[in-house]
Design a protein around this ligand. Sequence first.
Ligand code: MEV
Length: 305
Amino acid sequence: MKASAPGKIILFGEHAVVYNRPALAVPVTQVSVDVEVCDSTGIWIHAPVIDLHAELSTLPPDHPIGSVILKLFQHLHIAQPPTMEINISSTIPVASGLGSGAAVSVALVRALSSFLSHPLENNQVNELVFETEKLHHGTPSGIDNTVITYAMPVYFIKGQPIETFKPGKPFTIVIGDTGIPAPTKESVGDVRRLWLRDSVYYEDIFDEIAQLALIARRSIESGKPELLGELMDQNHAFLQQLTVSSPELDRLVDAARNAGALGAKLSGGGRGGNMIALVEQASAESVAEALMSAGAVRTIITEVS
Ligand code: MEV
């Protein structure tokens, strides 16, 4: 039984989304996680990208992969699971902000539930993966598991029914990876400490970011994606105020703008991981080259359509 899940980027609204503001995220199909489950002896898990080759019973109960499997057995009321071998392969760089953890969980739940003859609907996959995200990420909004489960552009507000949106005109994004692992749990925790100290000030910033997400959605749907550049620049400035940018992210953001991008911002938890830049299709390659010269370890060009 096989299943796969794409990566994701957040276009607008990271961090503010934890405080019930809207955010926009899109799947990145250039990278993915693939999971295959087949008959075997014991319950073996192989994930070569993280050098994991283990029997399920030898993993600690809070292991990110083991805990997803156990949660699924529990959800399906399977007390005596059959023997199987689970092979996980991924092209999504770990801790880069592309949602590698959520993608592993989504693909795993899909492949495993089908193997156990209980294939789950998207909403069930999404809920189950959100439960495991909460175990490992503190207070996640749920945006990562949602956009990866549905593999469609989403306008996301925590706790509300999912809304997808359709671009009126395709647009091109260049993703630049700092190569520094994004400490998302830590940056989300630091923003919470700032907010607890001066909630009025930070609520205002979250409102400003929410406004940008709202205008961005309208611009995308009405076929005016070129307006997103300025909105990205503004969103990045607010993320700097939330202390979640870093010299490396700022350097890539500046490099993209200097190379002709229409706008750029960090994407995801920040302090490392990825930044994104809105580009005219014709300048995508030269912006990607400028990002590599400015220290990016990898770039991905993706079209949102
Ligand atoms: C991480 O991809 C996005 C954050 O907003 C955290 C979350 O929404 O759970 C930083």
